[in-house]
Design a protein around this ligand. Structure first.
Ligand code: F6P
Length: 323
């Protein structure tokens, strides 16, 4: 193998740049030429591909976003789109790919690698932490810190006004950001898609809190929870207890930006380094993750996460600790 390509795909995540840097420098150190593919699969199809040198990845380890840019490509979902992408791969003489992205990225990679004979490895980059085969995804730790900083600030004003705040965090259909930020901030309630809430009990808890003059409640709502986010839950609660003084804060895309935490930089550096070594050793169609501080390999097809048991265990703990 002489030339490899790198792309970032799906939602950007802080630490992707640290991954690009690690992949580029490890590859160059092993005598490979490296090509950066812009805007994920979209750029692969369009042939938006150019060489990456060691200096191109200088001074990026501390930057959020991705210097390669990213996109969600509809065309790559089609056989024809993937065939065009492979034409570009051949044209540039690329013999292996390292991808940074989420489960959608790896679903596309499985098909691409099966239809066309090219080795592909992936490393998990998403703030959602919704990928099987790794304890944490690149970007989750930074997004969690951003959410926690914001929620702590909201609690100050909530306390000052004796208000209930519903704070919506990202995560698509996964509740990891909500669960972890809720535990970190001592949230009174946490709504996550993995678990159904006993709403009678929650109404009772809020009423009991008011009776004992505990007026401030921080309720963390995952954007993908059963109500469909914080605004809907707010409507429901106000219908049930009309005298509530509630406010809704939607944290939104600030959770995706900002300088990556040291943990995210280290995770991305380790995974990027090992991805190149393993690609050269002949591995393909697998995602590298870190489990119990060891590098772990998961076939792309098994990267979808179903962590309901962990969610239940952790959520029970959160309920006990918030009382
Ligand atoms: O997957 C990362 C993520 O930020 C999710 O948490 C969120 O649901 C989604 O991307 C938002 O996507 P977009 O930026 O395309 O609106």
């Amino acid at each position: 193998m002489n030339k490899i390509g790198i792309l970032t795909s799906g939602g950007d995540a802080p630490g992707m740049n640290a991954g690009i840097r690690a992949i580029t420098r490890t590859a160059i150190n092993n005598g490979l030429e490296v090509y950066g593919i812009k805007r994920g699969y979209q750029g692969l199809i369009a042939g938006d591909i150019s060489p990456l040198k060691t200096t191109d990845v200088s001074n990026i380890i501390q930057r959020g976003g991705t210097i390669l840019k990213t996109a969600r490509s509809e065309a790559f979902r089609t056989t024809a789109g993937r065939a065009t992408a492979f034409e570009q791969v051949k044209k540039h003489g690329i013999e292996g790919l390292v991808l940074i992205g989420g489960d959608g990225t790896f679903r596309g990679a499985t098909l691409f690698s099966e239809e066309h004979n090219i080795p592909v490895l992936g490393i998990p980059g998403t703030i959602d932490n919704d990928i099987n085969g790794t304890d944490f995804t690149i970007g989750f730790d930074t997004a969690l810190k951003t959410a926690v900083d914001a929620i702590d600030k909201v609690r100050d004003t909530a306390e000052a006004h004796d208000r209930i705040f519903l704070i919506e965090v990202m995560g698509r259909d996964a509740g990891h950001l909500a669960l972890f930020s809720g535990i970190s901030c001592g949230a009174e309630h946490i709504f996550i898609p993995e678990l159904k809430e006993d709403m009678d009990q929650i109404i009772q808890d809020i009423s009991n809190n008011r009776a004992r003059k505990k007026m401030t409640n921080i309720i963390i709502v995952a954007e993908g929870d059963e109500f469909g986010g914080a605004n809907k839950l707010d409507e429901y609660l106000n219908e049930k207890i009309p005298e509530l003084d509630t406010r809704v804060t939607i944290l939104g895309h600030i959770q995706r930006g900002g300088t990556p935490t040291p943990n995210d930089r280290i995770l991305a550096s380790r995974l990027g380094y090992h991805a190149v070594i393993e690609l050269l050793a002949g591995r393909s169609q697998e995602m590298l993750g870190i489990k119990n501080n060891q590098v772990h390999y998961t076939p792309f097809a098994q990267c979808n996460r179903h962590d309901d048991d962990i969610a239940k265990d952790w959520r029970e703990m959160a309920v006990v600790l918030s009382k």
